[in-house]
Structures are given as structure tokens and as C-alpha cells.
Design a protein around this ligand. Structure first.
Ligand code: ARG
Length: 264
């Protein structure tokens, strides 16, 4: 995670960002600290990446890399405003003993567009990550990549429209069909017949921008419609208020990059 010490909305690269809307920085910091402390209280280790004053979107740490089985695929950002974040993440991994680190050839915005199940990588395209980043990720991780086409600009990253609930299975996800092309919707229905289907109301409070450890699902509090279905399936929803971070177009998941590195 990366604290929003320099978070601001001075440009707009997604429909959620309105530079005319002021950000309450102390509140953003307090909300972010709540999220960090919540992970720690659930027993998770949180590593903190130092924020840089020239990179106001750096708080959205999910976009900086994708880590699976300890292998790190760096990011390459679509927008020049965020380009500098990629090197900061790579530097962190190299300094922390990760040996298998790849600087990508094609545009990919890390876990913004890559989601991990037990055997697959689900991969978004359409707004940010290049379709060419999918075969690149498949080759690097040695996992089948399933490309999914995003069609609604409000859901510009896969992690705004889909969340893996248990990455020890290939079945447990929740998603919002309206964010996907008809063909991708059919693929999702075929592969995940038991998925939790989010309503437009829950998706539009970024309710799917959630992080699950297979038991606890940390998600924006406004997505109240998801709590019941999650509980029915045995998950414990944990509601967070990240209203200030929503002004940049992100919530829980965007602020969280998962280090899948057993045994590091
Ligand atoms: N303002 C950032 C952008 O548009 C938000 C990124 C949100 N991150 C995410 N993982 N969806 O790039």
C-alpha cells in the first residue's frame, strides 16, 4: 500500500475524476490508515511503499505490478501522468529480494486489469491494459489468461467490475455484467455460473473494488446490497469508508496490491 500523502485530483483520466471537486487530504489519509489497520487486525502483513509528491495517483498501489507465485510483472501505464509509478514499484521489489521481476513490454496497469484465481489469470482490456499484455502475462506466469472486454468507461479497470473471492478455487467471484461486452458476459456466465451478480447500484459505489482473503471481504460500505449474498456464501463482509479515494476513481482494491509470494 502507498499512503495518499500527495493525493489530489488535478487531472482527469477516468469519469470519476473531477478536478473541480476538492479532496479532503486529512480525511483521505485517515480513511487509508483505517484500511491499512484493518488488514493488520485481520492478521495480514502490510508493506508500505513511500509516496512521491509528483505522483498524485500513487495511492492506487494495485496498479503498480502483479505478483503471482513470487513472480513480479511490473506495470506500464497508459497515461503519462502515472508513468513514473512503474519504476517506483520495480525498485521496491528489487530492493526487497524478489528475483523474478519483469519490466513489461506492453501497457498493463497491474492488478487493475489482472485478477488471479487458483489456476487462471482474468485479464481486462478496452480502456487501459493493452490486449498484447495478455499473452505477455501468460508467458511470464505460465498460467492461462482469459481476456475480458470492458465496455463502460466508469468501469475502466477489471477490478472495478469483478472481484475474486477465493483464489484457492476457480469458481468464486462476484462481478457486474454491465461492465462487459456481450461475448465476455457469456464467457463469465459459462465459467462462473455460481458467481454473485452485483447490481448497478452496488457496482457504481465501486462495491466490486474489494479485497478478499478467502474469508473476509473488505469492501466499500456503500455497496450494502453485496453484504447479504456474501454472508450467505460464508464470507464476512467488512465495510470501509473510502469516500475521498473514490474521487480519484478507486476504492479498497485499488489501494491494495497483493503480494502472492508464499515462502518469500
Ligand atoms: N485515478 C486512477 C486512474 O485513473 C485510479 C486508479 C484506480 N485503480 C484501480 N486499481 N482501479 O488511473
Amino acid at each position: 500500500m502507498c499512503p495518499p500523502a500527495h493525493f489530489r485530483v488535478t487531472y482527469s483520466i477516468n469519469p470519476w475524476m473531477d478536478p473541480a471537486k476538492p479532496v479532503d487530504l486529512p480525511l483521505a489519509l485517515a480513511q487509508w490508515e483505517d484500511l491499512r489497520d484493518r488488514y493488520r487486525s485481520l492478521g495480514h502483513t502490510v508493506e508500505v511503499l513511500p509516496p512521491r509528491p509528483d505522483l498524485p495517483d500513487m495511492v492506487y498501489a494495485a496498479n503498480g505490478a502483479t505478483v503471482v507465485d513470487g513472480r513480479v510483472l511490473g506495470a506500464r501505464f497508459a497515461h503519462p501522468e502515472r508513468t513514473g509509478e512503474a519504476a517506483a514499484h520495480l525498485e521496491w521489489f528489487r530492493a526487497h529480494g524478489y528475483a523474478r521481476v519483469r519490466e513489461p513490454e506492453h501497457v498493463n496497469e497491474g492488478e487493475g486489469d489482472f485478477a488471479v484465481t487458483a489456476s487462471w489469470l482474468l485479464a481486462g482490456r478496452g480502456f487501459r491494459s493493452s490486449p498484447l499484455s495478455h499473452p505477455e502475462a501468460q508467458e511470464f506466469f505460465g498460467r492461462p489468461v482469459l481476456g475480458l472486454d470492458l465496455v463502460d468507461p466508469r468501469y475502466y479497470h477489471l477490478d472495478t467490475a469483478l472481484c475474486v473471492l477465493d483464489d484457492t478455487t476457480d469458481t468464486e467471484i462476484m462481478y457486474y455484467p454491465g461492465a462487459f461486452s456481450p461475448g465476455s458476459r457469456a464467457v463469465l456466465a459459462r465459467l462462473f455460473p455460481d458467481a454473485i451478480i452485483a447490481t448497478e447500484a452496488d457496482a457504481s459505489s465501486l462495491g466490486l473494488n474489494a479485497v478478499s482473503d478467502g474469508r473476509h471481504v473488505v469492501l466499500p460500505q456503500a455497496a450494502a446490497g453485496l453484504f447479504g449474498p456474501l454472508r450467505e456464501r460464508g464470507y464476512e463482509p467488512i465495510a470501509m469508508d473510502l469516500s475521498e479515494l473514490l474521487k480519484g476513481g478507486g476504492s479498497v482494491k485499488c489501494c491494495t496490491q497483493e503480494l502472492r509470494d508464499p515462502g518469500r
